[in-house]
Design a protein around this ligand. Structure first.
Ligand code: HPA
Length: 247
């Protein structure tokens, strides 16, 4: 049984170095996941990989079927999920290419299916979400980043916006006042759905651009894609180190 899964975000639709053992289409009560689950070995360790935005990278953040993705991973035996997300840097020193392991999030998304607990319930369920990320898996990511000499930022608050548009500079000002250091569109409801299924979930976010109003002028997709290329190289180095450590 493969216990560790990686959900790749923008810029990480495949995992070079992954030797693929098979692809698994998993049907769920919530519809189809973003893609067939890729089962493989990464540096001799079994791992599952799921590209959040689909194989072609064409499912926008607000249309990702987060419930199907998380359910499908649990269905095939996943117990830990490492999520990789592209973000904008709000805090000035979080320059493009920076890796950050968030310890908190603020959810600004709306109209997304954000729970498994809504139909045919015997009683109402409120999961604890005080610490939205699994502390054990966060520690593994932090230790792996140190070991790999990646200088990842070891905590921070991830503001999750609805998208798919980027933010206004006033919205980024508000996020900063709220205490967010980075902003992205895919951290929720993925994290809470994993919690609802009792999975150990942590994220590594990659700064793709200075958030709106924090850099020089408008943000372009070309800039995001360019910065993510080198950022994702660093994520791969991190994942190799995580898997070396026996996760
Ligand atoms: N905002 C929201 N999501 C993002 C950004 C951003 O600036 N960059 C990459 N994903």
């Amino acid at each position: 049984m493969t216990e560790l899964a990686i959900i790749g975000g923008t810029g990480l639709t495949s995992l070079p170095g992954l030797s693929i053992d098979g692809r698994e289409d998993v049907a769920t009560p919530f519809g189809k996941p973003s893609a067939a689950l890729i089962r493989g070995h990464f540096h001799a360790r079994p791992v599952l990989f799921l590209p959040r935005h689909g194989v072609a990278g064409n499912i926008p953040p607000h249309q990702v079927n987060y419930r199907a993705n998380v359910w499908a991973l649990r269905e095939v035996g996943t117990r830990q999920i490492i999520a990789v997300n592209a973000v904008g840097g709000i805090q000035a020193d979080l320059v493009p290419g920076t890796l950050l392991i968030p310890d908190q999030l603020i959810d600004y998304t709306h109209s997304r299916r954000n729970t498994f607990f809504e139909d045919e319930l015997e009683h109402v369920v409120h999961v604890d979400f005080t610490e939205p990320y699994c502390p054990t898996l966060r520690e593994v990511l932090i230790a792996a980043a140190r070991e790999a000499g990646l200088a990842a930022v070891e905590r921070g608050t991830y503001g999750v916006t609805q998208g798919p548009r980027l933010e206004t500079s006033a919205e980024v000002d508000r996020l900063e006042r709220d205490g967010c250091q980075v902003v992205g569109m895919t951290g929720m409801p993925e994290a809470v759905l994993a919690r609802e299924l009792d999975l150990c979930y942590a994220a590594c976010v990659v700064v793709a651009n200075a958030a709106a109003g924090r850099g020089a002028g408008a943000i372009s997709m070309a800039e995001i894609e360019f910065n993510l290329e080198s950022g994702m190289e660093r994520v791969r180095a991190l994942l190799v180190e995580v898997l070396k450590r026996g996760m």
